[in-house]
Design a protein around this ligand. Sequence first.
Ligand SMILES: C[S@@+](CC[C@H](N)C(=O)[O-])C[C@H]1O[C@@H](n2cnc3c(N)ncnc32)[C@H](O)[C@@H]1O
Length: 215
Amino acid sequence: MNALPHLASATGGLPSSVRWAQLILEDRLRPGDVAIDATMGNGHDTLFLARCVSPGGHVFAFDVQAAALEETRKRVPAEMTTLFHGGHETMCERIPAEYHGRVSAIMFNLGYLPGSDKSCITHTQTTLAALEQAIEMLRPGGVLTIAVYPGHEGGAEEGREIAKWAAQLDSRRFEVQHLRPVNRSAAPPELWAVWKTAPAKKSPAAGNSPESLPS
Ligand SMILES: C[S@@+](CC[C@H](N)C(=O)[O-])C[C@H]1O[C@@H](n2cnc3c(N)ncnc32)[C@H](O)[C@@H]1O
């Protein structure tokens, strides 16, 4: 049997940055949750998020290209998605206030849309503005993922600035991880994951601790 391991990339290797993002998010999202796709593109990530929060959940998605909304509309269930034609840096303004601080997951997949206009890329200043808003939109226990592509023009600078931004996040409010291949000469895609801290839940094992056993 030649089945690939569940966590493998298409070549059988370790997961790609986007696959890591999906693995982290699908492990945590639940039906009824609210999520944001900050870079909708062709709608693959919007659809992924919609599946994770179905039934009963909702996904807000952003893109500056009208073509991205057209493509995404073909893919995703209309009743559980709201597609915004506009930049993710308008997130706080456009998503109704009742959802602020209640979002379980936010995905950024930066750079340009494969197969389309390579000049339409994400830009450092608007990306950072959106990330600042994103961490406030998250609920305690919510997760933000950022797939970064340092290989294209402007991508390396965007990656460096995200690294600085991530490093200065208050460790009492956020846990941050960085996943990247380290033995390739080219600039490979990388992933940042930010978890907004939440009060610890009792693990099921805690129920069996000596203090909780009947005497
Ligand atoms: C790598 S693609 C996203 C791929 C997408 N998530 C998918 O599943 O197909 C990056 C997208 O970011 C979009 N973009 C660029 N600047 C943006 C901004 N300020 N706000 C939202 N999206 C933006 C581009 O138009 C492009 O579609």
